[in-house]
Design a protein around this ligand. Structure first.
Ligand SMILES: Nc1ncnc2c1ncn2[C@@H]1O[C@H](COP(=O)(O)OP(=O)(O)OP(=O)(O)O)[C@@H](O)[C@H]1O
Ligand SMILES: O=C(O)C1=C[C@@H](O)[C@@H](O)[C@H](O)C1
Ligand SMILES: [Mg+2]
Length: 160
């Protein structure tokens, strides 16, 4: 969370001249409410169901850059869908994550004690991010533009 998937995803799409899509935004649009609302009202398991369907639809229907929610890879069928696709894991260290996300209520999983929560989430997820990724790009001390360039280099893509 806060690694810059949405920010860098948009930049990358511009550089490549392709559409950009974000499954978090798809869920918010389809549900007509914010992610934090879905977590609080319906619970995380319901959010994960919506997310699984959103990723499935986006992978099937979208050509371009797709940003996934930070927890999408927790779902085994989602990981299977991503197999063979040019997935990039944007990594970052905890201090930078906390600086970027702050005490932001829009990220319900970081609402209380963000530093500890972030560490715990990453300890549980890091191996899954690595498993699905074709490339890992570190984002600490890089501007979003530098990260976008590093992604293009890692995937050996040229912009238009
Ligand atoms: N390379 C960067 N350097 C500094 N700040 C950044 C960088 N990339 C993103 N940010 C900032 O960090 C915050 C989080 O970025 P963003 O929303 O793109 O992350 P995300 O990975 O999409 O998060 P989430 O998993 O919550 O959707 C934003 O305020 C953004 O402007
Ligand atoms: O890392 C996570 O589990 C999340 C990340 C965000 O992108 C959102 O999908 C939501 O806040 C959950
Ligand atoms: Mg995002």
């Amino acid at each position: 969370m806060g690694s810059g998937k949405s920010t860098v995803g948009e930049l990358l799409a511009q550089r490549l001249g392709v559409p950009y899509r974000d499954t978090d935004a798809d869920i918010v649009a389809a549900e007509g409410r914010e992610i934090a609302d879905i977590f609080v009202t319906d619970g995380e398991p319901r959010f994960r169901e919506l997310e699984r369907a959103a990723v499935r639809d986006a992978v099937a229907g979208h050509t371009g850059v797709l940003a996934l929610g930070g927890g999408a890879i927790l779902d085994e069928s989602t990981r299977a869908l991503l197999d063979g696709l040019p997935v990039v894991y944007l990594s970052l260290e905890v201090e930078e994550a906390v600086r970027r996300t702050g005490l932001n209520q829009a990220r319900p999983l970081l609402a209380v004690n963000p530093r500890r929560q972030w560490r715990e989430l990453m300890d549980a997820r890091r191996h899954l991010y690595t498993e699905v990724a074709r490339a890992v790009v570190a984002t600490d001390e890089r501007t979003p533009e530098e990260v976008a360039q590093a992604v293009l280099d890692a995937l050996e893509l040229k912009d238009e």
